[in-house]
Design a protein around this ligand. Structure first.
Ligand SMILES: *[C@@H]1O[C@H](CO)[C@@H](O)[C@H](O)[C@H]1NC(C)=O
Ligand SMILES: [Ca+2]
Ligand SMILES: [Ca+2]
Ligand SMILES: [Ca+2]
Length: 788
């Protein structure tokens, strides 16, 4: 290309970035709701001009003096069209030297991070000979078409920088670790391992027939399976050292928890925990005195004073109507609470909502979605690890990469990094997103969004430790206990200046509301906190199964949703009972608002968070791979049509004991089997007890989050199960007795118990199916001759 045409290209680009192009269509990016402006005279002048023109001044852009980022609230955060009139209005103001609407572009860095040159537009593929590598869709993009959404945690670019977890130690607090597993033994670290169930230093799991103690080994592999050794897969931090603290295979006491949480805190950097109180939708429990003390000691003294990192699963009780606000481990300010997103970028059926979740990692979803691959007991591998159990270790692995990039990060730095780099875009199709007063997108199902390993590591590399933490407690003088009854709501207003003085909080991190409420039926209460910026956070949602009369005793509800906001002004706490239980009543005894944060805004926030189009910006795929592979046909497309609409009893004898084909299947049941995963994604609220036909859709509720969940899954499943259970067919191990796990382990597949027993509905009010049921449906599909 000659010099002249190069100039031409530059000129066109310049025009469109100044917003002067005739048509705002832009093939390579999208317009955001932010404008960069140049204004002389200082930040006060900038604030004034922002006000004049109906913008919010998000502050100086990085270290560029006289440059500010303005946001307009009436402009969509993402649009293909330029907002000409706003640009023009700013441009026409003589006090504004320069203006440009910001466009989400094909860059690999975000916000105030200085842009580094890309190594190559089409980097060489990183391939591994490990047999499960191809199944690790969440580490490298396995989609078959560029039209599909990007599908990974953006780990490959970090590995390309040579960052693989070296020098970082992770301990999995669980039911043990198979330390001699061929894919774990090289990274196994005895100093990060202990057995608090048997009080010895060998965390090897206890083996028994149902392999119940596979959980810890599965979680460990996700983090630190060795790379390119022909064994299983590749851990996210495959050069990290990994240990196991065996503590779930026995009586779990406060002391056992405290021992585990506080184990070897100068050696272990990251603790990964995928357990917590029962997810039954009626429990309110948190760490007791010892475990609380262990957390506090860990963050104060662990890692040479920089603080232990705790990656915590947010819980799997979604289908029980559970809410992680009632789980004091995930809602601790010291834990990094992690939720799951399915391969489809959806909140899975087991996901819990709460205000304390920080971010999200991929995990299992519906039946067709791929699960998580890892090491398994007996030196085996698995491709079916599930639930938030599987999400938290992925986060632990990502954090290990960040700690290798910058070992000086404190426990608070780590949370700031997560808040600032997690991605809203790949999960944006889910309901519940809102932008808080600091411009951050947040959702009670996902926290600040999907983890982005590359963005986090890049930001960690040049990170400046955030200022010392301050805590501002807001108490109402002369607070009189307030009564609450059915159908009522009370509003408690709390005015604060953010504690001017030594404990001044000017920029928020966590917010806690510590309260004591006596109430006749706890599950009917809903609590919402409104910040001075207008951010409304649900601190507690109703839980239909929670009939407890225990209320809340000094319970610290916790929210991350107002992160980055200035707390000065009026906070409102709304407590309501809108149930149909007329007899309900109680008293709000006490309320304390606890604001955690820093006196000044941390420097990194000064330019405001700039959101970009994840799919375009983060596209590090090797484009060639999309050329050859045809998209796999779905089961529904390849399945033969049912031979007849007649209802033929499924228990009709099969050809022979060896054959797993059956001749005819009632159409309705076949349809259910083939399509069930598309139809059962509801959260159970569509359950229609009036409806006796399990295959008859219930009336869907208008504002219920559903993926077309219009059946009564458990009813339909039980019916099918009865039909399919013929003595002439081989028995599937999952044709077993299902029982909610009394253990704390967050893995639905562990609910399979005694295989000699018949199936029973463990959660009569639950509608969604678990992974065990998924396995069975899979098996039934095989029986029917389909290849699921
Ligand atoms: C893994 O090993 C194979 C064969 O030895 C090699 O071609 C490949 O480059 C290796 N991958 C990495 C990431 O080192
Ligand atoms: Ca032992
Ligand atoms: Ca391996
Ligand atoms: Ca829970």
């Amino acid at each position: 290309m000659g010099r002249f045409s190069a100039w031409l290209v530059l000129l066109i680009v310049a025009c469109s970035s100044y917003g002067l192009a005739e048509e705002g269509e832009d093939q390579t990016g999208h317009y955001t709701n932010t404008w960069a402006v140049e204004i002389h005279g200082g930040p006060d002048v900038a604030d004034l001009l922002a006000l004049d023109h109906d913008f919010v001044n998000l502050g100086q852009i990085g270290n560029l003096e006289d440059h500010y980022l303005f946001r307009h609230k009436d402009v969509p955060h993402r649009s293909r069209r330029e907002a000409h009139h706003h640009t023009k209005r700013l441009g026409d103001d003589k006090r504004i030297q320069w203006v440009a609407q910001q466009v989400g572009r094909d860059r690999s860095k975000r916000g105030p991070i200085p842009q580094q040159p890309r190594q190559s537009d089409n980097p060489a593929p990183l391939t591994f000979i490990d047999p499960y590598w191809d199944k690790q869709w969440y580490l490298h993009d396995t989609r078959t078409s560029t039209n599909l959404p990007k599908l990974d945690l953006h780990v490959l670019p970090v590995w390309r920088k040579g960052i693989t977890g070296k020098g970082v130690v992770v301990a999995v607090l669980d039911d043990g670790i198979e330390k001699d597993h061929p894919d774990l033994k090289d990274n196994y670290d005895p100093d990060a391992s202990y057995d608090f169930n048997d009080n010895d230093d060998d965390p090897q799991p206890r083996y028994e027939e149902t392999n119940e103690n596979k959980h810890g080994t599965r979680c460990a592999g996700e983090i630190a399976m060795a790379a390119n050794n022909s064994q299983c897969g590749v851990g996210i931090a495959f050069n990290a050292r990994i240990g196991g603290v065996r503590m779930l295979d026995g009586v779990v006491t406060d002391a056992v928890e405290a021992n585990s949480i506080g184990f070897n805190i100068q050696h272990v950097d990251i603790y990964s925990a995928s357990w917590g109180p029962n997810d039954d939708g009626k429990t309110v429990e948190g760490p007791e005195k010892l475990a609380r003390a262990a957390f506090e000691k860990g963050i104060r003294e662990g890692r040479g004073g920089r603080g232990s990192i705790f990656a915590w699963a947010s819980g799997n009780g979604g289908s029980n109507g559970d809410n992680c606000d009632c789980d004091g481990y995930t809602s601790s300010i010291y834990t990094v609470s992690i939720s799951s997103a399915s391969q489809q970028g959806r909140s899975p059926w087991y996901g819990e909502k709460c205000a304390s979740t920080l971010a999200t990692a991929y995990s299992s979803g519906e039946y067709k979605d791929q699960k998580i691959s890892s090491t398994d007991l007996h030196h085996a591998c698995t491709d079916s690890h599930t639930g938030t159990s599987a999400a938290a270790p992925l986060a632990a692995g990502v954090l290990a990469l960040a700690l290798e990039a910058n070992p000086d990060l404190t426990w608070r730095d780590v949370q700031h990094l997560i808040v600032w780099t997690s991605e809203y875009d790949p999960l944006s199709s889910n309901p519940g997103w809102f932008q808080n007063g600091a411009g951050l997108w947040v959702n009670s199902r996902f926290g600040f969004g999907l983890l982005n390993a590359e963005a986090m590591v890049d930001m960690a590399l040049t990170w400046k430790t955030v200022p010392e933490k301050t805590i501002c407690e807001v108490r109402l003088e002369n607070f009189q206990p307030r009564t609450l009854g059915n159908g009522e709501e009370i509003n408690i207003e709390m005015e604060t200046d953010g504690c001017q003085g030594d404990s001044h909080v000017g920029a928020l991190e966590h917010v806690q509301v510590k309260t004591t409420i006596d109430y006749t039926r706890r599950g009917d209460l809903r609590i919402v906190l409104t910040s001075p910026s207008g951010t409304q956070t649900t601190l507690l949602d109703t839980r239909r199964q929670d009939k407890s009369q225990m209320g809340f005793q000094d319970w610290p509800f916790m929210s991350t949703h107002t992160w980055g906001e200035n707390p000065q002004g009026k906070w409102t706490l709304t407590i309501e009972d809108k149930s149909d239980h007329a007899e309900n009543n109680g008293v709000v005894e006490d309320v304390v608002l606890i604001l955690h944060g820093t006196p000044e805004q941390p420097a990194y926030q000064s330019g405001g968070r700039v959101y970009t189009d994840y799919n375009r910006v983060q596209d590090d795929r090797n484009v060639d791979k999309f050329a050859a592979k045809p998209a796999p046909a779905s089961a529904a497309e390849t399945a033969p049509a049912p031979e007849s609409e007649d209802r033929v009893p499924i228990s009709e004898p099969v050809d022979s004991a060896d054959s797993v084909k059956i001749a005819k299947t009632p159409a309705k049941e076949t349809e259910f089997l083939v399509n069930w995963q598309d139809r059962l994604a509801g959260d159970g609220s569509e359950f229609n007890p009036e409806n006796s036909d399990p295959f008859q859709p219930a009336e869907p509720e208008a504002d219920t989050f559903m993926d077309g969940g219009d059946l009564r899954p458990w009813e339909a499943f039980k019916y099918l199960h009865r039909q399919m259970k013929s003595p002439t067919r081989p028995r599937h191990p999952a044709q077993a007795y299902y029982k909610p796990s009394p253990l704390y382990i967050r893995d639905p597949s562990l609910d399979i118990r005694d295989p000699s027993l018949d199936i029973r509905d463990p959660w009569p009010s639950q509608n969604a199916l678990g992974e065990s049921e998924a396995d069975l449906v899979n098996y039934y599909l095989q029986l029917l001759g389909y290849d699921p």
